[in-house]
Write a protein that binds this ligand. Structure first.
Ligand SMILES: [Zn+2]
Length: 180
């Protein structure tokens, strides 16, 4: 009997554009060769909200996401519109923990760059897609890639994200395909 591959479960956190969630869920499945479930959604937990910073603590969101897992091998991806932080960072676009198999990505800074300007819809989705692949790569045990064109390259500024390809380099892809 073949071993069933782990699912990726997508969880909208708070109010998120459902079209974006659906598109993202449909496109990440084939990349990781996994089936995808989309959960109905979860409220953003108030205990993750830092009132002083007016941001959400990414680590707390991951621990909440972990509780939605049906089994230990499932991977969970949360998507939100809110601003995320870690104590050591002003903000993060996304965060993940490979031990718990959870990741979260935020549209906040991806959209915020267009503050005062018309939003460039053509740029928002590709950036979210790339950041999502980057975070999911971590939970599939890949370390960050040194190739600036690889989607698994660390990129905190939008220019770096825009410049990288929406796919893994050959080395990263080989590492991913060796996983069950
Ligand atoms: Zn790579």
């Amino acid at each position: 009997m073949p071993i069933l591959k782990t699912k990726i479960v997508v969880v909208p956190l708070g109010d998120v554009d459902f079209m974006i969630v659906n598109k993202l869920a449909a496109e990440i499945g084939p990349v990781f060769n996994r089936s995808i479930d989309i959960l109905k959604g979860m409220k953003l937990p108030t205990e993750a909200h830092n009132v002083i910073r007016n941001q959400y603590y990414a680590t707390v969101l991951l621990s909440k996401l972990e509780r939605t897992k049906a089994n230990s091998r499932e991977k969970v991806l949360g998507i939100c519109e809110e601003d995320l932080y870690l104590p050591s960072e002003n903000f993060v676009l996304g965060y993940s923990d490979h031990l718990s198999g959870t990741a979260v990505v935020s549209l906040y800074h991806i959209r915020q760059e267009f503050y005062g300007l018309p939003e460039d819809d053509g740029k928002i989705y590709p950036r979210l897609f790339k950041e999502t692949l980057h975070q999911l790569a971590h939970i599939f045990d890949l370390t960050e890639c040194k190739n600036s064109k690889c989607v698994n390259y660390f990129s905190q500024i939008m220019l770096d994200i825009d410049n990288k390809n929406p796919r893994f380099c050959d080395i990263c892809r080989r590492k991913l395909t060796t996983q069950v």
